[in-house]
Design a protein around this ligand. Sequence first.
Ligand code: HEM
Length: 515
Amino acid sequence: MNGFEEVHNFLTSWYGIVLAAIVAYNVFDYVRVKAVMKKLNCVGPTVELDGFFGFRVIFTLLKHKREGTLVDFRKDMELDTLRFRVAGTPMVITRNPENIKAILATQFNDFVLGGRHDHLGPLLGDGIFTLDGSGWKHSRAMLRPQFAREQVAHVKSLEPHIQLLAKHIRKFQGEPFDIQKLFFRLTMDSATEFLFGESVDSLHDETIGFSKSAIDFDGKNEFAEAFNTSQIYLSIRALAQQVYFLINNKEFRDANAKVHKFADYYVQKALSFSTEELDKYSQDGYIFLYELAKQTRDPKVLRDQLLNILLAGRDTTAGLLSFTFFELARNPDIWLKLKEEIYNRFGLGDDSNLEDITFESLKKCEYLKALLNEALRMYPSVPQNFRVAQKDTTLPTGGGPNRDLPVFIRKGQTVAYMVYALQRDQRYYGKDSEVFRPERWFEPETRKLGWAFLPFNGGPRICLGQQFALTEASYVIARLAQLFPNLASFDDEYPPRKASHLTMCHQNGVVISMT
Ligand code: HEM
């Protein structure tokens, strides 16, 4: 066979055709991308050398996850914006505030949530947190008014949960305990009460004299645990990206079924009431489900939206409280200043006037506000997040030799934005950006931060529960300062190891003592 015949045979074989198609596709794509980049007046993202197709990155990420340093990975990267591959899949990451503003606000319509609906769908269905486009718009329009009304009212309903939390703390009699575990139970109880009209009472247990048999219906006791289990699987599905469907075992499906059973029970109860009855029951206290049931009678819509909000609001608030107490316990001077403010405004001890602690009066506690800002800066509950380009587009800056030209983002490209890294960047927070210092929030520099402080996101998808969360966290902190003036840390590791699932918390808990 001569050379010509060999080439002819290769080109007409199946593998020859496949290879030629791949080459042709890549040439066509290259030419197309060059033309689009010229039209959009931008350059390609700076590409980081990432070894063989970026397979090394997977091992690096897993190592960081195991060690509780996943969010610290990339924090100190030299460039603001770059592209690297994770097991062959290109990913652009940025911590530049201008780029983040473009993704979330000025070029909002160029980006979508990507695979979130597939990853979280088995538990959350179609709701504000999982939907894009018109489905999201509709959800947001429906849910927004509920938050405006709720903001003012909800501190009173927190007090019974605080009393239970205090019982748990007292039972340790000054010995060290993990307060993070208790905060996760507290926020589950308060969130279920606010959303469904009845708490799952996960803080009720034998150790403080409650019997487990005191339940209303089958499934209530299992709910909190099932929700936690399901959330772990959801975070693994989100990590698994395109192969998310492989994570779908019986434990996950059973946990979802238990959560749905619980939610369905309350949805059916709400649907059995007329509008007048719903109004009457709401008079005693705000119930999210009952307000929503006045707008829609569709049980699936009600269930999905409630679970979306529970997922968005519960762990985030528990994480904020846990990190705040972690730092308070390590910093006696900050704890002292906080107590001074709380005692001056609301008094001290069991007999302080609870009526004085309201949404409005908490907002006037400037040191408490600075403390929460600082906790959200150093430990944002959502430390990194993703969007996917739904068309060829650009990010405003980070490309070219001086890293100041617009960067090309192709359709389908995942862009990760690193809030944790951004909020510890010395360019915005100064040389002591790694120091927990609430006082910085009284300095003029922090007024100019703009998009460099983003714990609640920005743009049209900004957190709906921001005021709700800050009010709840403020109330819990103020009440604990009144009830337990003495606080000590038993965590000897700093910086703390952080577990990063869908949200961030302490990998090893927050061990403190309180009396
Ligand atoms: C410290 C507490 C909280 C933090 C740090 C926080 C942070 C965030 C962030 C970063 C997002 C954007 C997620 C994204 O678009 O990918 C978000 C969305 C959302 N949050 Fe929060 N959140 C907190 C508490 C709450 C609470 C208590 C609620 C409700 C009771 C809530 C309800 C929501 C909802 C409904 C969304 C979706 C908004 C939309 O997509 O239009 N959040 N939150």
